[in-house]
Design a protein around this ligand. Structure first.
Ligand SMILES: NC(=O)c1ccc[n+]([C@@H]2O[C@H](COP(=O)([O-])OP(=O)(O)OC[C@H]3O[C@@H](n4cnc5c(N)ncnc54)[C@H](OP(=O)(O)O)[C@@H]3O)[C@@H](O)[C@H]2O)c1
Length: 253
């Protein structure tokens, strides 16, 4: 049996990934601060195991406690494969450097970068003791490789996540494990993150009008379509460990 852990499955892309995996008869553990009752019902309808665990990913003590428990329960079941989707993320603070407050800077780096590092470290550490294959999917952003004025903290956290992905993949290859770790850049999607972006001020975020236009002109991607493309890559695309995939190259291939 395959198990998937998805952070940030309460809404947006994470919810769509969870739905698709449940349809594929993969047991899902969802981790976020809020629950999604629809997912629970969807799992019941599909006759597949689903569990939500509440965790604030900006608090490292909670991460440690929650993921020790999750990993213990899953590894105990001798799964054929564990899929870890580090998907939870936040865009804030949207502000120019010099006008940033300390707390949101630290929260962003913790949720977007430190949490995926801690969780991946824990799962790869446990995988060393078993024969279970672990596949890690780190959800990154085009902002990791393009400087966007007003998004310095978000860009930095996602750039760090790309480098973490690439470095961990080289190490796993050197250790000759069968674990895979990839990055996935989902493109601009119609989620609550985009609502937060559109509600920022032009003073803080230079490209505000462009992002408002994405919505007005219906140019935002639907999360279900993005999730399907990602899951197809993971199951049928033989993903190359260490590579950061962008939705555009996958849709056009
Ligand atoms: N939307 C886009 O255009 C876009 C573009 C490029 C990359 N991405 C990336 O795609 C991923 C998914 O984004 P999305 O657009 O689907 O975002 P979203 O709709 O805003 O959902 C964010 C998810 O992250 C969880 N989350 C946020 N802070 C958390 C915390 N402190 N502790 C636990 N969970 C937390 C939220 O759950 P709770 O609130 O329930 O805790 C929610 O499930 C993110 O990594 C994002 O950076 C998005």
């Amino acid at each position: 049996m395959k198990y998937a852990i998805i952070t940030g499955a309460s809404k947006g892309l994470g919810e769509s990934i969870a739905k698709r995996l449940l349809q594929e008869q993969i047991a899902v553990v969802s981790v976020s601060r809020t629950k999604n009752e629809e997912l629970k019902n969807f799992a019941l309808e599909n006759g597949i195991e689903y569990k939500h665990v509440s965790c604030n990913l900006s608090l490292e003590i909670e991460i440690q406690e929650v993921f020790m428990e999750i990993s213990h329960c899953i590894f105990e079941k001798n799964p054929t494969e564990i899929l870890l989707f580090n998907n939870a993320g936040m865009i804030e603070p949207i502000q120019k450097v010099g006008n940033l407050d300390q707390t949101p800077i630290i929260r962003n780096i913790k949720v977007n970068l430190i949490a995926p590092i801690l969780i991946t470290n824990l799962f790869l550490s446990k995988a060393q003791l078993t024969n279970t294959k672990v596949t890690v999917i780190n959800v990154t952003s085009g902002a990791a490789v393009r400087s966007i004025e007003g998004w310095s903290v978000y860009c930095s956290s996602k750039a760090g996540l790309n480098m973490f992905t690439q470095t961990a993949a080289i190490e796993q290859a050197e250790l000759k494990t069968n674990n895979t770790i990839i990055g996935f850049s989902p493109g601009v999607m119609d989620t609550s993150m985009q609502e937060t972006i559109r509600s920022s001020s032009e003073n803080a975020f230079k490209e505000l009008e462009k992002f408002k236009e994405y919505k007005e002109k219906n140019l935002l991607l639907e999360t279900d379509a993005v999730a399907n493309t990602l899951v197809d890559l993971v199951f049928r695309g033989n993903p190359e460990s260490g590579r950061v995939y962008h939705i555009k190259e996958l849709i056009n291939s």
